[in-house]
Design a protein around this ligand. Structure first.
Ligand code: AVJ
Length: 314
């Protein structure tokens, strides 16, 4: 069974050093703040992947080698702004495909379908609400055509090395031989650029992280005072890790009524909130083969900051 939010919070705040899982950033408020992050000039990732979707779409399609009808299955479709560019280009090239966006949020899928239909009326769309892997199995068993799976936006960066391999292996298990996987990776680059993307001067990223404490207050009846926590983030150019933390500004106790537990924070004690890993091209190729895929090709943006990398299931 998957652990609940309450269980994970208790585990993470009891650990030494303390941590919270980055999957809890995305409640409604967190998703809104993430939209603000994507619009920041410092957060180059979104523009770079948009550039790839606008300028490399046909090459990506050609590299799949799919001769006829295929599915494009998107894991965690989000607002679809980048995918829309890919789909628009493929429709223009007369590619024959059905778009299958998967998301756990029904609301997110409804909004996505509405925006896609408004801007791409000729798109075949088969929206799915639910667990990625269950939906992949269902789609693959109903249709005999091959699939291109999309896992974009550098979401893989939240997983540390062994977990990234496990996740890709898991995806592979739910794919057919010949299916393709396109994964978005943020690349190692000038450390200052990376640091500024995650430690912005306006404090939007700080708010994004503090919202997890606010979420604990809302959902688990915690008594965090957000003014008593600061934010810190750093990039290590030797291993590609961006690690983001909240910092307790004073010695304090936090009670969480839902579980009846109290947690002590020393002054300057940190909570590790997120890993946003940066890759080298060789690192991506290694990851692909460690997970049992054949590496096909990297598709980079014009600045060479980001790669959508294509793997195929043997
Ligand atoms: C959504 C995981 C790709 O790590 O770049 C942005 C989340 N965190 N700024 C990333 C995030 C801080 C983002 N991902």
């Amino acid at each position: 069974m998957e652990k609940t939010f309450a269980e994970e919070v208790e585990e993470g705040l009891s650990a030494s050093p303390k941590y919270l899982s980055s999957k809890y950033h995305y409640d409604d408020e967190g998703s809104r703040i993430f939209q603000e992050i994507m619009a920041m000039p410092e957060y180059y990732l979104t523009d770079c992947e948009m550039d790839i979707m606008q300028n490399r779409a046909i090459e990506i399609y050609e590299a799949t080698g799919f001769p006829g009808h295929f599915n494009i299955i998107e894991l965690g479709a989000g607002d679809g702004a980048k995918t829309k560019e890919l789909l628009r280009n493929l429709l223009q090239a007369k590619a024959d495909f059905t778009y299958v966006p998967i998301d756990i949020s029904e609301e997110a899928i409804d909004i996505l379908v509405t925006t896609m239909q408004a801007s791409l009326p000729e798109l075949n769309i088969n929206p799915q609400v639910g667990d990625y892997f269950e939906v992949m199995d269902k789609v693959e068993s109903e249709e005999s055509c091959p699939s291109l799976i999309l896992f974009l936006g550098s979401n893989i960066g939240n997983f540390r090395d062994e977990w990234a391999v496990d996740l890709l292996k898991h995806m592979s298990k739910h794919m057919q031989s010949g299916d393709k996987l396109l994964v978005g990776f943020d690349l190692m680059k000038n450390p200052n650029l990376i640091r500024n993307a995650y430690f912005d001067a306006q404090g939007i990223t700080a708010r994004f992280n503090l919202n997890v404490l606010a979420r604990i207050n809302r959902e688990l009846f915690g008594d965090f005072d957000l003014n008593k926590f600061g934010f810190y983030s750093h990039y290590n150019p030797e291993n590609g890790d961006v690690r983001s933390y909240l910092v307790s500004l004073e010695d304090q106790y936090i009670a969480i009524s839902k579980t009846g537990k109290t947690f002590h924070f020393e002054k300057d004690e940190t909570i590790w909130m997120e890993l946003s890993k940066k890759y080298s091209l060789e690192g991506i190729e290694h990851l692909s083969s460690d997970a049992g895929f054949n590496f096909e090709q990297h598709f980079l943006d014009s600045k060479k900051y980001f790669s959508d990398s294509l793997f195929s299931k043997p």
